[in-house]
Design a protein around this ligand. Structure first.
Ligand code: MN
Length: 430
């Protein structure tokens, strides 16, 4: 029996107050979609089955390199974080798994599994951390980790990644995500070729420790914290890594890890075409790796990414199963509110992409009818799919309006009383 974080009676009232209007809106949208040959219930079922993982670090208030302004009721440890994740999932029904970050979330695996199980949560990809020094580490990562010039430092980083796999095995995770901060700040500081050779050699050892049913996701990032060069800086390098390592290695696309003008949806298409798309870290950005809420700045770009995913789904690409994760830093909003809305925005982009008339799009592309092709995408993007999202959530036991229900239930006030303010709860940005 799953424990509820938020009173089910409150949710029932919340939903029943909105049901009459929602049914009318849903039927009206259903009629419109019917004219386009789209059965609304099929879209609703697909949306209901769509899930996105929450990063454990996302429920704490984030920060910048200047400061962090903690909010009330910050989670004190991974068990508080799991509780916050459960609140997000109960209201949205879209976030059944949590992605852990080691060593920030290190705890007894048995207890982790038990606590997550209480709330019906599972564990998504494990995230390793070799971008900062941890107490007890013999070697420093100041000048790198998996690609460090010093073999003993590389060893420490390799062992840490293997430890993440070992913990993950005990709690039911099936993937390891490796984001590498290694790079250089000065021209000449690092030999590009040697650094990449060392990285590949290290990753081969990590790869060898993967169980057969696991995947490893490597995450590229153009810059930061290194500002001149980064070892895994772009999708081309990432593709080479996945190809070099083997069939369990895939590329992870963090939407914020590209230059502002880069065509991310095309990268997604390329990785799908060559069987190396592992998954996503969803977020949004204006300038760099801003880690803003998914869909908050450029919802059309998010839609265009999902257009590629639905295209692959539609074509039945073999083995196509990308992992969906949020990776955001919430500096000025309540992290639970941001995570709920972001999960909803990702679902929205998926629902809109499902509405694209693929036959018309194909025909327009073949006929070089540029305007009709782009209008076909716009028609889907302009469709207000909110009634579908609401109905899918309610049917799954969530809230019609997660934000309103969350504010109504007083969860933040309650945990603020239970959790005295703590410093450094690990609102990381990766
Ligand atoms: Mn990321």
């Amino acid at each position: 029996m799953t424990e509820h974080i938020i009173d089910p009676g409150l949710l029932e009232r919340h939903n029943s107050e909105r049901m009459t209007e929602l049914e009318r809106d849903y039927d009206a949208l259903g009629e419109r979609l019917d004219r386009r040959g789209i059965p609304i219930d099929v879209i609703k079922e697909k949306v209901a089955a769509f899930a996105v993982a929450i990063p454990s670090w996302g429920v704490g208030t984030g920060g910048t390199r200047f400061a962090r302004f903690p909010g009330p009721g910050e989670p004190r440890d991974i068990f508080d974080k799991l509780q916050d994740c459960a609140a997000v999932h109960q209201l949205t029904r879209a976030t059944p798994t949590v992605s852990l970050h080691i060593p920030w979330d290190k705890a007894d695996p048995g207890r982790l599994k038990e606590e997550a199980g209480r709330f019906g949560l599972g564990f998504d990809a494990m995230n390793s951390n070799t971008f900062q020094d941890h107490p007890g580490n013999a070697r420093s990562y100041k000048f790198g980790s998996l690609s460090h010039t010093d073999a003993a430092t590389r060893r420490q980083a390799i062992d840490h990644n293997i430890e993440c796999i070992e913990i993950g095995k005990e709690i039911g995770s099936k993937a390891l995500t490796v984001w590498l901060a290694d790079g250089s700040n000065f021209p000449g500081q690092s030999n590009f070729t040697k650094a990449f050779e060392r990285y590949l050699a290290s990753m081969r050892e990590v790869y060898a420790a993967l169980p057969d049913d696991w995947r490893v996701f490597t995450e590229h990032k153009i810059y930061e914290p290194a500002f001149y060069s980064t070892v895994v800086q772009d999708w081309g390098t990432n593709y080479i890594i996945a190809r070099e390592l083997g069939e369990k290695a895939f590329c992870l696309v963090d939407l914020g890890h590209h230059a502002p003008t880069v065509n991310i949806e095309m990268i997604v298409a390329r990785l799908i075409q060559f069987g190396k798309l592992g998954g996503f870290h969803f977020n949004d950005s204006k300038y760099g790796d801003d880690d803003l809420d998914a869909g908050s700045v450029d919802p059309y770009r998010l839609f265009l990414v999902f257009n590629e995913l639905v295209d692959a789904e539609h074509r039945g690409v073999p083995g196509f199963a990308p992992a969906h994760m949020l990776d955001q830093s919430h500096n000025v909003s309540d992290p639970i509110e941001s995570l709920m809305l972001s999960a909803t925005e990702v679902q929205r982009a998926y629902a809109q992409a499902l509405l694209v008339d693929r036959a018309v799009l194909d025909a327009s592309q073949d006929a070089n009818d540029a305007l009709m092709a782009t209008q076909t995408l716009k028609e889907a993007f302009r469709t207000d799919v909110e009634p579908i999202l609401m109905m899918a959530r309610i049917k799954a036991g969530g809230a019609a309006d997660p934000l309103a229900a969350y504010r109504e239930c007083g969860y933040r006030r309650k945990v603020a009383e239970e959790r005295p303010a703590v410093a450094g709860a690990g609102g990381g940005i990766v």
